[in-house]
Write a protein that binds this ligand. Structure first.
Ligand code: IMO
Ligand code: MG
Length: 422
């Protein structure tokens, strides 16, 4: 039986998971999204064409790869249909898309609820993507959600009416815009018809594939420090984008998991609110943002930028059991003269590697940096790690040494081929 490989985000998302996924999915029979929804944004560049995926596993672009949206994902039908059409418009086929019958459906009231909740949080807002993610997972756990299977088989009207009645009462009480159940029914019935052919029992599909020795790749979305349990709560997303979410989001048992790749950038970034120890809210952060084009794929927001934090990375490696690291944007950081790497936190006069997502703990931690020389030059065509410039080698070696996990992939440029496989 085959082992399932997993790609996960190490920090606050946007680590360039899409690039690694794109490479690995070319060698996979099946590529699966497991958690989150269209709050994710994976961009990949193929033959000069840029694709931004929010829901469909990017493996869809490889002929013959089955692209699965697992049960742990929350699906906005409208966004999904737009994405299917976009794939087809660009000359690719969406025939190989499969959606779990157990995935929950994002409806307009989830999006309105997300907006209302952010408004009510005022200055303490989370900075969500306002895609309805928190509210749809609430309904799932509250057991009032609508699942894809019932949705496409037109068994959702009764639950929809109940939900809309409850949500509208809440909206009214805050003077927030209400939603119209008849309009939703009309519009979403069309979406349900459109999506019906893609909806199946994906648990069966995945297990048959494992038995047939097929190669499966699990595409993580979001990232470790955005995890509802292991992230900087409440500044997190409403799912488990860590390793456990891969099992519950697909029905694949832990013993079938093979490689677990942690993706990171040679610097760091964060969208939305919450603690960020190595943030450079200054001209260095601005420079990194411009060099790395750090603007959201999903919301276009400028990302907060800073140095790479190995204290947090070590924590991510521990929580997920990373077997390898994939480090992107080595070319980008190499454009700077001097690069800093956080190798400890100083608190109450003591420096160590202790990480905690406890906001009170993090509040007065100060990053301790080691400084490296940059100016790597153009490395986009380098194919072997040993051929990298000395400065780049020193930087990468130190990361590996501190975290204790081998680097398996090195991103050297934006193009599909600009990557060193170690
Ligand atoms: P990818 O897959 C970056 C962040 C939001 C916000 C918090 C909660 O592209 O790496 P939510 O809408 O999920 O309730 O927002 O989580 N967030 C992301 N940030 N990349 C993502 O996904 C994200 N998904 C959620 O900005 O701070
Ligand atoms: Mg993103």
């Amino acid at each position: 039986m085959s082992k399932v490989d997993v790609v996960l985000g190490s920090f606050y998302g946007d680590e360039g998971k899409g690039k690694i996924i794109d490479y690995l999915s070319q060698k996979s029979d099946i590529s699966v999204r497991c958690t989150g929804g269209n709050n994710a944004g994976h961009s990949i560049e193929i033959d000069g064409k840029k694709f931004a995926f929010h829901l469909i596993p990017s493996g869809i672009l490889n002929k013959g790869t089955i692209a699965v949206i697992g049960n742990g994902v929350v699906v906005d039908p409208k966004v999904l249909i737009e994405e299917i059409k976009n794939v087809e418009k660009n000359g690719y086929s969406a025939e190989n898309l499969r959606i779990s019958d157990k995935a929950h459906v994002i409806l307009p009231y989830h999006i309105e609820m997300d907006r209302l909740q952010e408004e009510l949080r005022g200055s303490e807002k989370i900075g969500t993507t306002c895609r309805g993610i928190g509210p749809v997972y609430c309904d799932k756990f509250e057991r009032s959600g609508i699942r894809m299977g019932d949705f496409v088989n037109m068994k959702f009207e009764k639950q929809l009416r109940k939900n809309v009645a409850t949500k509208n009462k809440i909206f009214e009480s805050y003077g927030h815009k209400t939603v119209d159940v008849e309009e939703i029914l009309k519009e979403y019935t069309e979406y349900a018809k459109y999506l019906k052919k893609y909806v199946v029992d994906t648990v069966d599909l995945l297990h048959n594939a494992i038995e047939d020795n097929k190669k499966i790749l699990c595409e993580g979305a979001q990232a470790t420090l955005l995890d509802i349990d292991f992230g900087s709560y409440p500044f997190v997303t409403s799912s488990n984008p860590t390793i456990g979410g891969i099992c519950t989001g697909t029905g694949i048992g832990a013993r079938f998991i093979g490689e677990v790749y942690g993706v990171l950038k040679a610097y760091s970034s964060r969208v939305g609110e919450g603690p960020y120890i190595t943030e450079q809210d200054n001209e260095i952060g601005d420079m990194i943002r411009e060099l790395g084009h750090e603007y959201g794929t999903t919301t276009k927001r400028p990302r907060r930028c800073g140095w790479l934090d190995l204290v947090a990375l070590k924590y991510a490696a521990m929580v997920n059991g990373f077997t390898g690291l994939a480090i992107n944007h080595v070319d980008t950081i190499g454009k700077l003269d001097k690069i800093k790497l956080c190798t400890g936190y100083k608190k109450d006069g003591v420096t160590n590697m202790k990480f905690s997502v406890d906001l009170d703990y993090l509040k007065d931690c100060e990053p301790v940096y080691e400084t490296f020389d940059g100016n790597f030059g153009d490395i986009s065509n380098v194919k072997r790690r040993e051929d990298l410039p000395e400065n780049a080698k020193k930087y990468l070696n130190r990361i590996e040494e501190v975290v204790g996990v081998p680097i398996k992939f090195i991103g050297t440029g934006a193009g599909r081929d600009s990557m060193i496989v170690c």
